[in-house]
Design a protein around this ligand. Structure first.
Ligand code: ADP
Length: 280
């Protein structure tokens, strides 16, 4: 797919073009529809500026919390180079289909999940698809999977603001995004980029979640800010956003992700974010 670098060699094919301010971007609707058997009421994208901040963990915890609250919930793992949802939910089966639709895996609590890991014979195999192909597979996850009566779908978005996240922003009708950051990040820059991208696509930013925010002393409960005081409040204020919650560093999180039992883990700090999503 061609990428128009400036207005002079613009071919007016806006899909896949990452030039935001070319002056000739047309408000074309590139949204895709799920297949006719599917029903999805609300779609929340979970984004981050870079990998490793806990975006996938936040996605799975939000899904687990909403399912616990009685909503029918789904996870579309769009993090193509670091797909971790299948493992976190203890799913080892391959995706199956009937020639018409693809069936998601269903976790023990009933969460519907699809991930590129479920397409690979060996989950340690790297995904070597180029951008357009990877974006195409993710669109297929939305369009060709039979999403059975879903109240909340959480999309674990690829990190950053590159080609693949851009395509997902353009094509999946997101009702809002949640931005996950960690205190080590240059929060204001990351937030600024994510917000600008969401703004350009008319997508609402629901708020920020700071992960790995602090460690809580198991004896006295004191909060220790191992990475120093964060600047998330200032960044949020600057952009007129709210900090949905701050999640501590907690060894139970990596243990549960590795053991495939993320659904059984309850982290108090996730609940305020779920409360806000419930009001959406
Ligand atoms: P991302 O999706 O942003 O790349 P992940 O959700 O995969 O990041 O998290 C990276 C690693 O850090 C994983 O092993 C995950 O289990 C662990 N992790 C994430 N958040 C926490 C936390 N708050 N406390 C402890 N470990 C965490």
């Amino acid at each position: 797919m061609s990428e128009n670098k400036n207005a002079e060699n613009c071919n007016h094919v806006c899909e896949g073009c990452s030039v935001a301010d070319c002056g000739s971007r047309r408000p074309v609707n590139m949204k895709i529809e799920p297949n006719e058997l599917s029903s999805i009421k609300k779609i929340i994208g979970v984004v981050s500026g870079k990998g490793g901040v806990g975006k996938s963990f936040v996605t799975s915890m939000l899904a687990a919390e909403m399912q616990r609250r009685g909503y029918r919930t789904a996870v579309l793992d769009g993090d193509i180079t670091g797909p971790s949802q299948a493992k976190a939910f203890g799913i080892s089966e391959r995706a199956s289909g009937n020639g018409q639709v693809i069936f998601p895996a269903v976790t023990k609590n009933g969460i519907q999940v699809i991930s590129t890991n479920m397409l690979l014979d060996d989950e340690e195999q790297p995904v070597i698809w180029r951008g357009p192909m990877a974006a195409g597979i993710l669109k297929q996850f939305y369009q060709d999977v039979y999403w059975n009566d879903v109240d909340y779908m959480f999309v674990d978005m690829p990190p950053g603001t590159g080609d693949i996240p851009l395509t997902l922003f353009q094509s999946i009708p997101l009702d809002g995004i949640v931005v996950v950051t960690s205190p080590q990040e240059l929060v204001s820059m990351v937030v600024g980029k994510a917000i600008n991208m969401a703004d350009m696509m008319n997508i609402k930013v629901l708020g920020l979640i700071e992960n790995m925010s602090y460690v809580e002393c198991p004896k006295c409960g004191e909060k220790i800010y191992v990475f120093g005081q964060s600047h998330i409040e200032e960044a949020a204020e600057k952009h007129g956003l709210s900090v949905m919650t701050r999640i501590p560093l907690d060894p139970r999180i990596s243990e549960a992700s590795d053991a495939g039992s993320i659904e059984d883990l309850q982290i108090e700090a996730v609940k305020p974010a779920a409360d806000l999503i419930e009001k959406l």
